[in-house]
Design a protein around this ligand. Structure first.
Ligand SMILES: Cc1cc2nc3c(=O)[nH]c(=O)nc-3n(C[C@H](O)[C@H](O)[C@H](O)COP(=O)(O)O)c2cc1C
Length: 351
């Protein structure tokens, strides 16, 4: 009860700070004749979070023991997973303390990448509910720098739950080489890989989701160098037939997970954004509008013998209930955590 009140109060404070920051940063941009850009609000929020002391204590909420889910030898204390979208250490640590069973770190490319030009992320209203349109384009420091950074995150060593490392690439070779590099290091925390083969915001980020034979060849090569659990993240833009054939391919390898799925390719004008507000004509939509497609993909995989992470549109306890009935084992979330991270506390209580 006390924890619930604490979560509700902190959730309220979070929403107030978020709304005020957005309001003032957008007003400031307009005053300077700049286009309001959600990324500035996100960066500001991240800096505030970095400054908050005693985060592990302040945000610490226990997870009921019954929520534990085992997939192969990975033990997730709760089935709620922070989907790959963020590489900010304090945010990942905060979500873990709040009750995420795992965090999947933002997709990393082999080399330094600046991503697409800004504005490349905006909040949009869709059917009266807040969503996000993003075309970040996988900005990041590149695999070598990522390896040293993650080795410095001491909190990961005490985390006691699996961490997902999401790998992106321009070709099969890139995915292979990045994993080979990681395999040559020793991390002292438990981790699994996720192959992001469904990024809609880089020119070739979704190539492997169109060529099942190329993914097959890549998995064959990867199984020569690693026995770690590998999740493969598919796209809601793939057809049901493709989802099933990818699921079947994954079930023919050991220790695989299928994650359905990524953001949905959507035209900016469909969600009411102009060229000034968003540079790219097509980007990835995330949030509640995705839930029905996520459920459909999970059902498509029901007869396939591979554990399923359901990602896309989760925002309520009844979404979890439905996805579990559809056959999902784990539940990935991004957008709902941006709007209220304390949803993790409620979901853990009601699971
Ligand atoms: C700002 C943003 C950045 C994202 N970056 C990544 C990424 O780097 N790798 C990835 O696999 N998915 C990425 N995603 C997709 C999410 O992991 C998730 O699959 C998608 O948003 C659908 O879930 P949701 O409706 O709960 O947000 C990103 C999503 C957002 C909103």
């Amino acid at each position: 009860m006390i924890n619930e009140i604490r979560a509700k109060s902190l959730g309220y404070v979070y929403k107030v700070i978020r709304t005020l920051s957005k309001y003032f940063i957008f007003r400031l941009s307009k005053g300077k004749q700049n286009q309001p850009d959600l990324e500035s609000v996100i960066n500001f929020g991240d800096s505030i979070l970095d400054l908050i002391p005693f985060k592990p204590t302040l945000f610490n909420f226990s997870i009921p023991k019954k929520n534990k889910v085992s997939v192969y030898d990975l033990e997730f204390p709760s089935p709620f997973i922070v989907s790959s979208f963020k590489m900010h250490s304090s945010s990942l640590q905060m979500w873990s303390s709040m009750g995420a069973g795992s965090v999947i770190v933002k997709t990393i490319l082999p080399d330094v990448s600046l991503g697409n030009s800004r504005p490349r992320i905006q909040e949009v209203d869709w059917n009266g509910k807040p969503h996000i349109l993003n075309a970040m384009g996988l900005p990041g420091p590149g695999i070598s720098s990522f390896i040293s950074t993650i080795q410095d995150w001491d909190w990961l060593k005490k985390l006691n739950r699996p961490v997902g490392i999401s790998i992106g690439g321009h070709s099969s070779h890139d995915y292979f080489e990045s994993i080979k590099k990681i395999e040559s290091c020793s991390f002292n925390f438990t981790y699994f890989y996720e192959l992001n083969i469904s990024c809609p915001n880089t020119p070739d980020g979704a190539n492997l989701s169109k060529h099942v034979d190329q993914l097959d060849a890549l998995l064959r090569d990867l199984r020569q160098i690693t026995n770690r659990v590998i999740s493969v993240k598919l796209s809601p833009a793939q057809t049901n037939k493709e989802i099933k054939s990818y699921g079947n391919l994954l079930s023919s390898y050991d220790r695989m997970i299928v994650n359905v799925g990524n953001t949905r390719p959507t035209e900016r004008n469909v969600v009411g954004l102009s060229e000034l507000q968003f540079t790219r004509p097509v980007a990835g939509l995330s949030g509640p509008a995705l839930i029905e497609r996520t459920r459909e993909m999970v059902r498509e995989l029901k007869s396939v013998n591979v554990p399923v992470i359901a990602t896309g549109g989760i925002s309520t306890a009844s979404d979890i209930y439905n996805l579990k009935s559809d056959g999902a084992d784990l539940f990935g979330m991004a957008t709902s955590l941006v709007f209220n991270p304390f949803i993790l506390v409620e979901l853990n209580k009601r699971f």
